[in-house]
Design a protein around this ligand. Structure first.
Ligand SMILES: Cc1cc2nc3c(=O)[nH]c(=O)nc-3n(C[C@H](O)[C@H](O)[C@H](O)COP(=O)(O)OP(=O)(O)OC[C@H]3O[C@@H](n4cnc5c(N)ncnc54)[C@H](O)[C@@H]3O)c2cc1C
Ligand SMILES: Cc1cc2nc3c(=O)[nH]c(=O)nc-3n(C[C@H](O)[C@H](O)[C@H](O)COP(=O)(O)O)c2cc1C
Length: 501
């Protein structure tokens, strides 16, 4: 009986948790789609994109987000004008062509959407394809370029899926979780984590008016340091704080020391629960008396969190720059709390590296303009290390934080790079110091002439950091400085890349 209860709960717990965790809970379902619903539109030739669209719509619905699922066959460009938010899940077929169901829509893409364009539409794009074809994810790119020319606003950069790549799909899920107000959406395919040891943790901004930010260094628990490139991402398997596990065990009236098997490994119930999605208290209490092994088997694993890697394999360690997130009730964020507070020095951290091709370094020695704020310095720092190692010195960093006194992350290193000529130009902007330039986008404006010169000399622009505020502000500033059409072209040429979150 108790086991049956556990299974039943596991079936809907993700949905319950999603709803419970949402900041702005809203009711709705696919069937009850309304004008305010998020549209999930798919174009699929052989069914993969359709299946992903179904999973996407289901995940949003479970998180309480009103959602409407439509094939491109049933989609008119004009309908998009009435749509607030859309997610497009599209494949490419033939020689870079749209799937048959979208061919009519694709033919009409030369036309404008309407007099006002699509200014009210915010959209995300999941493009599935295969890199062994000459025109990788071509339909996704065509559609995205058309949407941007109609003034639709991307919610985040296009996620490209090469041959079903599970890492790219987890990245998409991460976006879905953010879109639905922080809902825990269990990974469709759990990362195959390896153990890394927490080797160093150092507070980078003591006395800052902002939240604490930490420099972390991790080393592999076994074997040699694996390969990765600047721009790649560490997927972390978070763990609950020990106090949270104790609370769960008390509610369940269970002994944390009970041996169980979890993810194929012999462990204790306490260790197993630390990696599982927590049910809301009322539901957790109903599980009291369930067999410990049954709990370990049925509670879904916590979804991963992503962090930009701030070092290179040549450093012999994987470094991160992690900001402590905090919930409204004072609890630390799940993964940032685990990494910056709960994990003891030397603790094993579950980690997997995800290649992030869209943010890899340029293949040639063109100049590089790096723009970011806050923990966005992590990804930019890996790029600067790679450029220094390759002897490519035409680099310009524009970086924004709060105060020069407390928030100059890795300030000595940046100054050394400047002295060595690795950084030809360094613009640091501090929003709380009362200077003329407050944010990094203001520095973009203030350097308009130099920016145009660097871009004319072939520079690529890489942006890393906050999606809220910074990314849109920098995009608007670049658009004004370089021109909207020129910025779109830079994006299409791979010379404007973003890793924002
Ligand atoms: C590509 C990418 C790269 C990234 N790189 C970095 C990086 O280099 N450094 C870095 O610090 N971060 C980075 N992030 C962000 C990181 O992945 C995490 O999102 C961040 O650390 C917060 O996760 P958390 O588990 O600590 O917090 P969570 O527990 O997920 O909470 C995050 C926030 O969501 C809100 N929230 C969640 N649930 C609720 C709820 N029930 N009620 C109210 N509010 C809620 C809270 O405001 C909270 O502060 C990156 C993200 C992406 C996608
Ligand atoms: C005949 C054929 C042509 C394809 N052409 C491309 C292509 O030009 N570019 C690309 O990125 N992928 C191409 N692909 C790969 C598909 O996009 C990929 O298999 C995708 O997962 C299919 O998704 P779907 O089942 O939703 O159509 C092609 C696949 C087939 C079978």
């Amino acid at each position: 009986m108790a086991a049956g209860v556990a299974i039943a709960y596991a079936g809907f717990c993700t949905a319950v948790i999603g709803r419970h965790r949402r900041r702005h809970a809203r009711a709705g379902s696919l069937a009850q789609a309304t004008a305010g619903a998020t549209l999930v539109a798919y174009a699929s030739q052989s069914g993969f994109a359709e299946q992903l669209a179904l999973q996407t719509a289901q995940a949003l619905r479970d998180a309480g987000e009103p959602t409407q699922l439509l094939s491109f066959a049933d989609l008119e460009a004009g309908c998009l004008g009435h749509c607030r938010q859309a997610l497009f899940v599209v494949s490419t077929t033939g020689e870079g062509d749209a799937p048959d169901s979208a061919s009519g829509f694709a033919r009409r893409l030369t036309a404008a959407a309407g007099p006002g364009g699509l200014r009210a539409l915010r959209y995300g794009m999941l493009a599935v394809g295969d890199r062994s074809y000459a025109n990788f994810c071509a339909f996704g790119h065509t559609l995205s370029a058309w949407l941007q020319r109609q003034h639709a606003q991307p919610l985040f950069d296009m996620v490209e899926v090469d041959n079903g790549d599970a890492g790219a799909l987890r990245h998409w899920q991460n976006h879905l979780s953010a879109l639905s107000g922080g809902a825990e959406i269990a990974d469709w395919e759990k990362p195959r984590y390896a153990d890394w040891l927490l080797h160093e943790r150092r507070l980078l901004n003591p006395g800052s008016p902002g939240s604490p930010a930490f420099h972390l260094a991790l080393v592999p628990a076994a074997g040699s340091v694996p390969a990765w490139q600047a721009g790649d991402i560490a997927e972390i398997g978070p763990r609950h704080a020990p106090a949270e596990v104790e609370r769960m065990l008390a509610m369940l009236s269970l002994d944390g020391g009970t041996p169980v098997r979890c993810d194929g490994v012999a462990t204790t119930l306490a260790q197993a629960l630390a990696t599982r999605i927590v049910l809301p208290d009322a539901h957790l209490a109903a599980l009291a008396g369930v067999a410990p092994q049954r709990l370990a088997d049925t509670l879904p694993p916590l979804p991963h969190r992503e962090y930009s890697i701030a070092s290179l394999p040549e450093d012999g360690r994987l470094e991160l720059l992690v900001r402590q997130a905090r919930h409204g009730d004072g609890r630390l964020g799940l993964a940032s709390g685990w990494l910056t507070a709960h994990a003891e020095p030397g603790a094993a951290i579950a980690l997997r590296i995800r290649a992030n091709r869209a943010f890899h370094p340029p293949a040639d020695d063109r100049p590089l303009i790096l723009i970011g704020n806050g923990t966005g310095l992590a990804g930019l720092r890996a790029h600067l290390k790679a450029r220094a190692a390759a002897g490519r010195y035409r680099n310009w960093l524009l970086f924004g934080e709060r105060t020069a006194q407390h928030d100059a992350f890795h300030g000595d290193e940046l100054a050394a790079w400047q002295a060595q000529g690795v950084l030809q130009r360094l613009d640091l902007v501090f929003s709380r110091d009362g200077g003329a330039l407050r944010y990094v986008q203001d520095a973009v404006h203030a350097s308009a002439g130099a920016l145009r010169e660097w871009v004319a000399a072939g520079a690529a622009i890489y942006v890393c950091g906050s999606l809220q505020g910074m990314a849109a502000g920098v995009n608007a500033a670049l658009s004004e400085v370089l021109g909207e059409e020129a910025l779109l072209r830079l994006g299409e040429q791979g010379r404007y890349r973003r890793d924002v979150y």
